[in-house]
Design a protein around this ligand. Sequence first.
Ligand code: HEM
Length: 309
Amino acid sequence: QVSPVTMVDAFEATNGKFEGYRRSGAKGVCATGEFVGSAEGRALSTASAFSGRAVPVIVRFSVGGANPKAADNTRSQRNLALQFNLPDGEIWQMGNISAPIFGAVTPEQMLGRLQSLQPDPATKAPDPAKVKAYVDANPEVLLQGRYFASQPVPASFGSVNYWGVHAFAFVNAKGEKQWGKWIFEPVGGVRGLSDEEAKAKGPSFLFDDLRERVKAGGVAFNFNLELAQPGDKLDSAIVPLPEGRKKVTLGSLKITAVAPDAGGNCVAINFDPNRLPKGVEPSADPMLAARAAPYAISLSRRINEGAKQ
Ligand code: HEM
């Protein structure tokens, strides 16, 4: 069991502490959207998100990491965090990433990796021997980085896939349970930049780009669910479902407006993926439950510091 305070302290010690910002996904922008569920969604789950009526969604796009000035023309993580404001005050939150897998299997492994990367006070850089020893003993922590290195720089926030990473169960009116892993896939298709194009964009192009695309009405995602079959691994954030699993579209999310600055409705939200609606249930993935407390701690620290976004 990792103490959530120890975890957030390790984020700060290793990734840097930027007062007022999220300890992860710091460089972000708030937006609004509208979700309309499909008949397939209704068949799988009683969640009111799939009723077919438009549901307002608070959206936050961000770049991975703790640095609010991180370059966004690099091969790194993009995030799509959502809060569905459902009827009767019910809320569904999630934080999806631009990789099918996470960088650790358990919170203990994540903490160990962060500690191995902590800068040595003397050199201000991680100790290469420590980093190597940890990776040798925990080779899974390299998988996500390899995935990002294999992908081009996303051409926009609206042209990359975002995975939920954990498995969730969808429960219908008959009480039938379908396990699956979800992906938000851009309706306009996935598009990456060549290395030259990425360089020419400069280190901060994604937010203005998003505003232009949303104004032109061009940013939308299909909320797709890959359906698990009996025997599929459902408790690991680093093992995707086997290739070729049937995929159904639960509905579509259209981005309708982008906030003029980084603040707005998103400031007080921590997009905790354990906050689920009736009709959707969590898996036993240890990384899922381990997100709740650190997100709350990060939220309270940044609010106390005078959060602007
Ligand atoms: C124990 C494991 C994890 C810890 C300790 C952790 C920690 C954090 C923290 C502290 C925040 C900022 C919360 C805030 O201030 O509002 C955050 C944001 C985020 N995390 Fe994690 N995280 C973990 C696992 C994951 C996993 C497995 C994913 C993959 C889906 C993920 C995706 C995200 C996303 C997308 C955001 C940004 C949300 C936003 O825009 O606010 N995290 N994480």
